[in-house]
Design a protein around this ligand. Structure first.
Ligand SMILES: [Zn+2]
Length: 322
């Protein structure tokens, strides 16, 4: 079956559909096959690292549009390209790009969560990669963005090299209540995203993977979701969440079970001033929309084995929040 590389809608051939061309590339008919391959990627990445002396080599580079082609760039990048990881994950390494893609598409299409627009794309040798559109610029203006390491001042100098994990979801939430004027709306979006991460096996949603972003009226809102994927299928030994739900607290249920259940999320909602009936609704939505999640996973670009593992994990997490 041929599908859109972004929204997964059925098409006559594999490409990016018109509606996705519009949201991703401002209607430009950008070629879904890059004009360079993975080897070139590695070379470009090394050059860019040298140029900016960025510490730590990351598996991603910036791209911009030039004559309907996406090309590597060292400045004014509009997109981020992430290939299959070069240092392989313990399991399903080839499925990493398709995993990030399907997880974000489920967040957007099924749960109406604001996400960084994204698509799959091919290297010139046919290998699949993931691209996402930067959301920190609008009409050539750079929008101010701050992640929760910055906001909470968690830097290696203060808290050590594990700084990205030095906090709790309660702490991020309380910080949203404090820093965002329209916190009533934003705190619910945040709570929804925390449950989403849990249900979809994202065990790496650390402090840097949540941000606030300058909005049109110069206030701050929660940024679109990014770096969201089912990490548990790649790292089976990893813990369920990157951070604890609470700063200095555990529910009786957690003490007995050793993992978070519905009750824990309701407790978190209460600490973040979210009405119980609203919190219940968010939790129930994941159960109610199960079939739609199944349907999207089935048509994703994941391998059959990875689809099976993804679904098992999803079913298991749903049981925990019922
Ligand atoms: Zn599409």
């Amino acid at each position: 079956m041929n599908r859109c590389l972004s929204c997964l809608k059925e098409l006559d051939k594999i490409k990016i559909c018109n509606s996705c061309l519009k949201s991703l590339f401002n209607k430009r008919k950008v070629n879904p096959v890059l004009n360079f391959n993975k080897k070139d990627f590695l070379k470009i990445r090394t050059e860019l690292v040298d140029k900016f002396s960025i510490s730590g080599v990351q598996d991603k580079i910036s791209l911009k549009i030039h004559k309907n082609e996406l090309i590597p760039t060292d400045k004014d990048g509009e997109f981020i390209l992430k290939p299959i990881p070069i240092n392989p994950t313990p399991e399903f390494n080839d499925d990493v790009p398709a995993n990030e893609h399907i997880t974000l598409q489920i967040a957007k299409q099924v749960f109406k969560i604001k996400i960084a627009e994204n698509s799959l794309i091919y290297f010139s040798d046919g290998e699949l990669a993931f691209i996402s559109k930067r959301f920190d610029r609008k009409n050539n203006k750079k929008l101010q963005q701050e992640d929760f390491c910055q906001i909470l001042n968690k830097i290696p100098e203060n808290v050590g090299k594990n700084f990205k994990y030095d906090g709790s979801y309660e702490q991020i939430g309380k910080s949203i209540l404090k820093h965002i004027p329209a916190y009533m709306i934003e705190i619910e979006k945040y709570f929804h995203l925390v449950i989403f991460n849990y249900v979809f096996g994202n065990g790496d949603a650390h402090l840097k993977n949540f941000s606030i972003l300058e909005s049109d009226d110069e206030d701050y809102v929660l940024s679109p979701a990014y770096d969201v994927l089912n990490t548990s299928i790649h790292f089976p030994a990893e813990s369920r969440l990157a951070l604890d739900l609470f700063t200095d607290f555990e529910t009786e249920s957690y003490k007995i079970n050793g993992f978070y259940k519905r009750l824990d999320f309701l407790e978190l909602a209460q600490k973040l001033k979210i009405k119980k009936v609203r919190a219940e609704r968010f939790l129930d939505e994941f159960v109610m929309k199960k079939e739609r999640v199944y349907d999207l996973i089935k048509v994703s670009f994941l391998s059959d084995e990875a689809k099976k593992r993804y679904l098992e994990l999803f079913d298991d997490r749903i049981k925990a929040i019922v």
